[in-house]
Design a protein around this ligand. Sequence first.
Ligand SMILES: O=C1O[C@H](COP(=O)(O)O)[C@@H](O)[C@H](O)[C@H]1O
Length: 253
Amino acid sequence: MGNWPTTPKIYDSEEQVAVAVASHIDCLSSKFIARNGTFSVVLSGGTLIDTLRKLTEPPYVSSIDWSKWLIFFLDERVVPLDHPDSNYKLAYDGFLSKVPIPESNIYPIKENLSPEEAAEEYEQRLKHLVANGTLKTSPTTGFAKFDLMLVGMGPEGHVASLFCWHFERFEKKKWVTFITDSPKPPPHRITFTFPLINSADEIAMVVTGEDAADAVKVALGKRALDFYPLPVQKVSPEGGLTWFLDKEAASQL
Ligand SMILES: O=C1O[C@H](COP(=O)(O)O)[C@@H](O)[C@H](O)[C@H]1O
């Protein structure tokens, strides 16, 4: 671990962030496909999905080798996959339905399980994909090592479904955990844990809008907190970390 603090890339508008994020992902897609034969990508929900829109347009929609992409979900609301609160539905409607990633390469949560069962099932599925060589392992941590995690942040500094007032953010052993009292609806969620998140080869933090400015300031070390760190401050991958901000999100730096 050792990418913290980092220098953010700051753009005049969310539109420019979307352009830069698409170009960054395109480069990583080529690099990892050349190296591994596949590109494993973990998606957040929230505003991130709309910021990926440039990938669904020329040149990327036809130039990227989508057949080699594998898609996972950083966190998920435990609701049916066609429910308006589902991160899968958000990602499908806004991104996945517009690019030719094979359906069998997309890994949504299983439906009709309790949050605890859904988290356990997803963790076991990840371990199976590591065992059969579909996913890499971090030699340092033994957790799965995804090529790229695209991480959004809530205005109070939560990432994935790891919130300030939940002990799940201190989890050390589980790969995937669950909560039943999310302060942001809906209450039932599963989420990657920090050891799994921080085992990634690359993390892109994609944060836009003025609401996020205070937490961005804390996250990037410009303001100390005298209590526990915000969840976002625990993002510290073994590999690369790149922050993409628009000028509103960066306004307190
Ligand atoms: O609830 C969630 O919130 C975060 C942040 O969302 P945003 O709309 O403020 O960008 C998101 O990254 C996470 O995946 C989602 O479940």
